[in-house]
Design a protein around this ligand. Structure first.
Ligand SMILES: *Cc1c(COP(=O)(O)O)cnc(C)c1O
Length: 377
């Protein structure tokens, strides 16, 4: 059996090696490292895949969130409603821009932000909502967009874990995650569902004016060369990374199928195991399984389980052990709104198993039987 890893990027690379090497060599031969033709082609190809009018690439997913908040005109003191149960990047940029993150609870079964909690957190200073499509499944975007419309709020989707996922509205309209709010932000960190071989990120929008602002903020606030209208930053996607992403974008739907097949396998093995709750799949979103995250009943020793798996050479991770509202970086802020009981409970009870595009049947078998062995006690 091949060594089990949380994410196996090497086996995945083996299958696209000739294309990747020839693309990168071509860039080296032409020295078009910044804004080369692959960047422009990737922009168009990702836009076509997502069904988004504009794609603005940038240096990483964290920058994408920051640039989106700057381009939408959020100002110091503005309140932004966001889940506490997420990767820190989502909320850290709010701190950096001196916005006020207002952390609300998630739903226990989907891990995603609760629309009800959003609505009760709204004040006169609320300016935006940042939902995170955690682990690869869409938030309840129909409810979130209704709230945003009612209170005139901006919506920035953190789509770093869900690229390729879609969401079906009650009228039957289907949209890709990241194309529903005002701006969708994503990350091409190597382990993400669409990952490059370094750092990368992108924003997308259907609004021409917002697209122009995003591009301007990402490029030193520049309207035309050497004329800088607003304070921006320097955030670009390298040509080499864009070339890698063009190749991997063509594989993305296959990658998603492979992740979903591994998740189906886990679901079938674990659905009847006492003490374990498998991740819920909602009917109106296609789960793309960035992570496969289980919940352990109260009283079962999570550390012991992770250690047991480790001894058997099975990696397992806790995403995330500390919610944002309990991070020291936010200690001086009075930020939470309402109870965060699901968030607090989940951070002590979840664990994630290996999830990637190259999992083989003997590996899945071994992982499942080892988890079950522990659960039997
Ligand atoms: C990975 C991730 C980010 C940040 O992306 P980087 O490219 O690492 O900056 C933001 N939000 C979520 C939910 C993520 O998983």
């Amino acid at each position: 059996m091949k060594k089990i890893q949380m994410v196996d990027l090497i086996s995945q690379y083996e299958k696209i090696k000739p294309q990747v090497q020839s693309s990168i060599n071509n860039i080296l031969d032409n020295a078009q490292f910044i804004n080369g033709p692959d960047v422009h082609s990737f922009k168009d190809e990702l836009g076509a895949y997502l069904g988004a009018k504009h794609v603005v690439p940038c240096a990483n997913g964290t920058d994408a969130l920051q640039i989106a908040m700057m381009a939408l005109g959020l100002k110091p003191g503005d309140e932004v409603i966001t889940p506490s149960y997420t990767y820190i990047a989502t909320t850290e940029v709010m701190g950096l821009l001196r916005l006020k993150p207002v952390f609300v609870d998630c739903e226990k079964d989907t891990f995603n932000i609760s629309p009800k909690a959003i609505e009760s957190a709204i004040t006169a200073r609320t300016k935006a909502i940042v939902p995170v499509h955690l682990y690869g499944q869409a938030c309840d975007m129909e409810a979130i967009m209704k709230i945003a419309e009612k209170y005139d709020l901006k919506v920035i989707e953190d789509n770093a874990q869900a690229i390729g996922s879609d969401y079906t509205f009650s009228d039957g309209t289907v949209k890709k995650t990241g194309t529903i709010g005002d701006v969708g932000c994503t990350s091409f960190f190597p382990s993400k569902n669409l990952g490059c071989y370094g750092d990368g990120g992108a924003m997308c929008t259907d609004n021409d004016e917002i697209a122009e602002k995003l591009a301007m903020v990402a490029n030193h606030g520049q309207s035309k060369r050497y004329y800088h209208d607003v304070v921006g930053c320097n955030s670009r996607l390298d040509t080499i990374q864009a070339a890698v992403l063009r190749i991997k974008l063509r594989e993305l739907d296959n990658y998603i199928d492979a992740r979903r097949a591994a998740a189906d396998y886990y679901d079938a093995e674990f659905s009847e195991v006492k003490g374990l709750t498998i991740p819920k799949r909602v009917g109106n979103s296609k789960h793309v399984f960035h992570q496969y995250t289980l919940q352990l009943d109260d009283g079962i020793d999570r550390d012991a389980l992770v250690a047991f798996l480790g001894e058997k050479n099975i990696p397992a991770m806790i995403y995330y052990p500390v919610p944002a509202h309990k991070q020291k970086m936010f200690a001086s802020l009075e930020t939470s709104s309402g109870s965060l009981e699901n968030t607090d409970w989940l951070t002590t009870r979840v664990f994630s198993l290996p999830m990637h595009t190259e999992l083989e049947k003997d590996q899945l078998d071994y992982i499942c039987s080892t988890v079950k062995e522990f659960m039997k006690g």
